[in-house]
Ligand binder design. Structure first.
Ligand SMILES: Nc1ncnc2c1ncn2[C@@H]1O[C@H](COP(=O)(O)OP(=O)(O)OP(=O)(O)O)[C@@H](O)[C@H]1O
Length: 814
């Protein structure tokens, strides 16, 4: 059935441009080849067989045989020569295996048996032939027809290097390998075989005993038989006598009848007993030979097409187009710590500890134990309070403790989840920079088996913090200006550049500030995605963001269709299937790279475009995780009208740099704490439950520049990854307005805008004292007339006419 499937798929296969050559033989070809091989095998058998007796006689014709030469071999001159080659010069009598294998191949092809078994026969057969040849060669002084030249020479070679014993050991070892691998012999099986034999022997013993009893019975039976035979003979005689006298049986008198009946009685009882004699003849177990038919392994056809493609071309490699792509070396990053680890300032530790203990004592809070963990920017003091102290009491003293420690950025974690202690984080006097170099070089990051690994920095216990963006699945970043957001974004992008090939991930970068991400323009044709017909991949214009977001929504829907068609639940499964060539590119399937959308200054975007941006962002955030589109959104202002409920609900992973108020901290993290950070990359990370304090890895602009230069100078794709086209709603709507339908104030309005050189509806509202709707309508009419340019989002429209004279000319020429 499975075979049928493959044949029905064939027409679709025809379309593929690189169709692999079909080596499969037709049935006729198989029969012809089968017959040929079978007969060739027979020829070899006859030739080899007769060669054993005629080889000496045929010696003379081996070198210079002519047509007139007389050969003794059954297959004449050719037979003698072939046999000489395979038997004498080759493998000795083991060459018969070759003839056998050829015959067998003929049978396999003729009857179209599965060729896998045949392959095995050949493989093991040839090995056996070699082994036997060497084995026979072992007993020969010089090469002859028993071991052949190969056997003799190999033996000679083995003995020269290993000596006689060594050669024997090698041969024995090879024999064991053969027995174990080919015949699947194991000591257990051999043991079981002997046990069976033992059982059979004991069975036979008891069976013999039974036979003696049977025999005695049969003697009895024989005695009865003899009696009966005599009785029969007598009765027959009498019958014959009766017939001779011309009487029928009916006419027999009672006198004659009676003895006949009494005579027949024993004969009847005899026939009843005969079966006992038959049971004696039933063959015993070991006399019955069970003929075990060799099972032919069926060829597996389930994975035919894809397996064959993989066999022929290997797995699909998405990186093949840029196969020579080199990942940036780690030296491009600067080591800010110069290899030094964290230095512990004992004095500072002692001082802080004393202050904490004193402060708490002032409020009558006793401490039973205190432990310090020194991190790059903060030190965590873990306190075990004395029994009976309420945690809330300590929490309420946060500000007082901060005051007495006279330090900014004290954060109290009461209790530390999972530890049963209270944590007080105190900033170090000399914070250390965590360089991106150390984070990237860490084993944890280098060996991370993640889809989109990000290294964000180091935790308070100095461990490199690595997370998978694909699992987040979207990230929200907030922080007041100058607290390290841009550095954080660069660290994220750098992480991906160090781990992912351009074929595997694409970035869509939105940078309203126009300066933060421009560096990445250099890797446009490697890593960036853009809309068709746009010049720059990095989006700095808010109106284009809407198109890009909607285009990503289209991409998302298209990817869902592909996943549905491929019966995969997520992009990972899909790509695995595609790599295994189980998905046909002719049906639109392709390797799907991850797409990471990075939006800097999200607040700015929401302010200018509001719902138009929020809706596609929310859609993507809700649905895009399975199809490999991940969002990273950064904002300075984490107010509730920017991070709305719907956005928050879909961004479980959040990073908070220092914010200015507790409210902002709550908006972003749902808890306070971000307001107490010390800035400069000090951040809190949460993925729904725990909040982790991390010192963000620092990567400076020159470092990023070096990395993008390194990548940008390598061979690239012809263009950036193209997103699906999205046609905006505004385009072309007003262009079909009829000139006769123009507003009465059309010309006045045109003059106002041309004089002001600003295509804004609100200007018209003010100057001409119009309502919003009428001003909007007039603007549409002006656009249709070519006075102003198209809608540009938050910006005023461009005025296309430079002065009043040009305007007059334009309108008069209509
Ligand atoms: N991880 C860090 N380690 C050390 N210093 C840092 C770190 N992150 C940021 N800084 C310092 O803070 C400065 C400001 O950082 P960054 O430009 O990232 O702030 P920002 O939040 O993006 O500001 P804005 O919102 O105004 O762009 C940097 O120039 C750097 O000196």
């Amino acid at each position: 059935m499975a075979k049928k499937k493959t044949t029905t798929k064939k027409p679709a296969n025809k379309k593929t441009p690189r169709k692999p050559i079909n080596w499969k033989l037709s049935r006729q070809q198989q029969i012809i080849l089968g017959s040929f091989l079978f007969l060739l095998g027979l020829v070899l058998l006859f030739a080899f067989g007769s060669y054993l007796f005629t080889w000496k006689a045929d010696q003379s014709i081996l070198d210079d045989a002519t047509r007139d030469s007389q050969a003794e071999n059954w297959m004449s001159i050719v037979g003698a020569q072939i046999s000489h080659f395979f038997v004498y010069k080759g493998f000795g009598i083991a060459a018969f295996i070759l003839a056998g294998l050829t015959t067998l191949s003929g049978i396999y092809f003729f009857f179209d048996y599965a060729k896998k078994a045949l392959q095995r026969f050949w493989f093991w057969g040839l090995l056996l032939m070699l082994w036997l040849s060497v084995f026979f060669g072992f007993f020969n002084e010089k090469s002859d027809i028993i071991g052949g030249t190969v056997g003799y020479e190999v033996n000679d070679f083995l003995q020269d290097y290993l000596g006689l014993t060594g050669a024997i050991i090698v041969m024995v070892f090879l024999a064991i390998v053969y027995l174990v691998l080919r015949l699947k012999l194991t000591p257990e099986k051999v043991g079981a075989f002997f046990n069976r034999k033992k059982d059979q022997l004991s069975d036979e013993f008891s069976a013999e005993g039974a036979a003696i009893v049977d025999n005695s019975l049969s003697y009895e039976a024989e005695a009865i038989l003899k009696d009966n035979e005599a009785a029969f003979a007598k009765a027959e005689k009498e019958n014959a006598l009766v017939q001779k006298e011309g009487k029928t049986a009916m006419e027999l008198n009672v006198e004659n009848l009676e003895p006949t009946l009494t005579q027949r009685e024993p004969a009847k009882s005899f026939t009843v007993e005969t079966p006992t004699e038959e049971t004696v003849d039933v063959p015993k177990h070991d006399e019955v030979i069970v003929e075990v038919e060799e099972t032919i392994e069926e060829e597996e056809v389930t994975d035919t097409k894809s397996a064959k493609l993989v066999e022929d071309f290997g797995e699909f490699d998405p990186t093949l187009e840029l196969a020579k792509f080199k990942f940036p070396p780690i030296d491009l990053l600067k080591d800010y710590t110069k290899g030094q680890g964290i230095t512990i300032n004992q004095e500072e530790l002692e001082e802080n500890k004393n202050r904490i203990v004193d402060t708490l004592n002032n409020y009558k809070i006793g401490i039973s134990n205190i432990k310090a963990t020194v991190g790059p920017t903060v030190t965590l003091y873990e306190i075990v309070p004395e029994a009976g102290i309420r945690i809330s009491k300590i929490k309420n003293l946060e500000d007082d403790i901060a005051l007495s420690l006279s330090a900014l950025g004290i954060r109290i974690i009461a209790p530390i989840p999972g530890r049963g202690t209270i944590g007080i984080e105190v900033p170090n006097k000399n914070p250390r920079i965590v360089s991106m170099r150390s984070a990237v070089a860490s084993k944890k990051f280098q060996e991370a088996e993640m889809e989109l690994p990000l290294t964000l920095g180091k935790t308070i216990s100095n461990e490199t913090f690595v997370v998978d963006l694909a699992k987040m699945p979207h990230l929200l970043m907030a922080g007041a200006t100058g607290q390290g957001k841009s550095v954080g974004l660069n660290a994220i992008l750098t992480s991906l550049l160090y781990k992912k090939h351009p074929a595997e991930v694409k970035f869509v970068l939105v940078d309203p500030k126009k300066v933060e991400l421009t560096l990445f323009n250099k890797i446009e044709r490697h890593y960036l995605a853009k809309l068709p017909d746009t010049d720059e991949a990095i989006i700095t214009d808010n109106s284009k963001v809407i198109n890009t977001l909607n285009s990503l929504c289209i991409e998302m829907d298209a990817r869902y269709d592909l996943l549905k068609d491929a019966m995969c639940r997520n992009i990972k499964e899909y790509n695995v299937k595609f790599k295994a060539r189980k998905l046909n590119p002719n049906n639109g399937h392709k390797f799907l790279p991850y797409i990471v959308l990075v939006v800097d200054e999200f607040a700015d975007l929401i302010m200018t475009s509001g719902k138009e941006v929020e809706t596609p962002i929310a859609r993507l955030a809700q649905l895009a995780r399975a199809i490999g589109i991940h969002l990273i959104i950064a904002t300075q202002r984490p107010s509730v009208n920017v991070i709305t409920g719907i956005i928050k609900a879909n961004f479980p992973a959040r990073i908070a740099f220092r914010v200015t108020s507790k409210i902002d901290s709550r908006t972003i993290l749902d808890t306070s704490g971000a307001d107490q950070l010390i800035g400069r990359g000090d951040m809190l990370y949460t993925q729904g439950n725990d909040v982790v304090r991390i010192q963000c890895a620092f990567v400076d602009t020159p470092e990023v520049e070096r990395i993008v230069d390194y990548i940008g100078n390598q061979k690239a794709y012809p263009d950036a990854h193209l997103l699906p086209e999205y046609v905006g709603e505004e385009s072309g709507t007003s262009l079909d307005i009829d000139a006769s339908d123009r507003d009465a104030l059309f010309r006045d309005a045109a003059e106002v805008l041309v004089i002001a050189q600003q295509g804004s509806a609100s200007l018209l509202q003010r100057k001409l004292k119009l309502g919003y709707n009428r001003a909007g309508r007039i603007i549409d009419q002006l656009e249709a007339a070519g006075v102003v340019g198209p809608f540009e989002g938050s910006k005023a429209r461009q005025v296309l006419v430079p002065d009043i004279a040009a305007l007059d000319q334009l309108l008069d020429n209509e």
